[in-house]
Design a protein around this ligand. Sequence first.
Ligand code: ASP
Length: 436
Amino acid sequence: MKKLALHWQILLGMAAGVIFALLMTNFSWGAEFIGDWIKPFGNIFINALKLIAVPLILASLIKGISDLKDISKLSKMGTRTILIYITTTVIAVSIGLGMVNLIKPGSAISEDTRNELIASYEGDASVRIADAAKQKEAGPLQALEDLVPSNIFAAAGDNSNMLQVIFFAIFFGVGLILIPEETAKPVKAFFDGFNEVILKLIDIIMLTAPYGVFALLAALVVESPSADLFQALAMYAVTVLIGLLLMIGVYILIVWVFTGRTPAFFENGIAPAQLLAFSTSSSAATLPVTMERVEEHMGVEEEVASFVLPIGATINMDGTSLYQAVAAVFIAQAFGMDLSLSAQLGIIATATLASIGSAAVPGAGMVMLVIVLAQAGIPEAGLALIFAVDRPLDMCRTTVNVTGDAAVSMMVAKSVDKLGEPHVKDWDDNLSAENR
Ligand code: ASP
C-alpha cells in the first residue's frame, strides 16, 4: 500500500490535535488533562529537534565547506547568500508597509478597545520591552563581536548561540581545505559519518512528527486567549496574513523564474518543513527538517544547503520583518499618529535589521519589534495592542521565514551550479542500514 505523503500525515496530526482539544474544552478537566498528559509529548518533540540542531550544523557545515575544496567558491557563495537574503527581507518589509497603508487596520480600533487591550496586556508587554532594552544597550559592533565565540563548547552548549557555532564550523572547514589532503582525509571521513548519523536521527524524529504536532496544537488551542479580543484585531491579523501569503507567492515566483522549478515542485518539497515551522513557531527547531527537505527533495547540493540554511535560520526572517513593519504602523495608526514617508523608510531599515537580530525561537520577533517602535517614535506600550494574536501570527511568520530560507538556497545553488535532481530517501526505508 502506498503510504500517505509526510505533509498529509502531519496535516492530519494537526487537525486531529485541534479537534481533540476543542472536544476536551467541553470538560472541566479537559485543559488540565491536555497540559499534564498531551503537552509534554509536544515539548519532547521540539526538544528532540533542537537537540540535533547544533550537531547538525557542525557536522554538515564542516563537511559542506571542506567539500568546496576552494576558498574562493566559499566567498562567492557567501556574498550571494547575504545579498539575496537582504534583498528578500527588504521586499518583505515593503510588502508589509504597502499592505498596512492600504488596509489601515489601526484606524478601525476604537479608543475603548485600545484601552481595554492595553489594560489586559500591559504586564506582558513590559516584559518584552525590558528584554529589548538589554539588546538596545549594545554598541554598534556588538553583533560582530558576538559572532566569534571564545569557547566552542560554551557556544555549542547554548542553542541561542547558533551564529557562533556557524562561525566555528566555517572556520574549521576552511582549515580543513587548507591542510594537505592526506592529513584532512580522516577528519573529513569522521564528519561525513557523523553527518550521516545525524540525518538518520532526523528520519527517526520525523516518523513521530504527526504525533508531535498533534500534541503541540492541542496544547495551543487550550491555552489560547478568549475570542473577543481576537475579533478587535481581526483586521490587523488579516493584513499580516495577506502580506505573508504575498511573500510566499514571491518566493514561488522567483524560484520558478530563476531555477525553472515549478510551484508544485517547490511546495511539495518544502511542505513538511512549513507545517513544522507553523506548529513549533521556531525556525531553529525546524532547521534539521528544512535541511533534509531541501537537500533530498529539492535537489540543492549539500555544500550549498549546509551553508545557506543555518545562516538563513538565524538571520533571514522575512516573515518576521514583514510582521514588524505591519505591527509598527498598525500601532501608530491605533494611536492616531501619522507616520511621515521618512519614518516609514526608517522602518524598512530597522525592521530589516531587527529581523536579522531576532532569535529563531517563538516570540522573538515581538521583542525586536520594540526596537523598531522606538526608532520610529511610536509608543512602546502599544505592544500590548497586538499581544492577543501574536502566537498565531508567530506560527504564520515562522512558516514564511523557513520558506524564504529554502527559496534562497535554491537560487544560490542554481547560481553556483549546484542545483541537481532530488534524491529522495523514503523516511521508513531509510530507517535500517540494510535497506539502503
Ligand atoms: N518565531 C520566529 C522564528 O523562529 C521568530 C519570530 O518572528 O518571533 O522564525
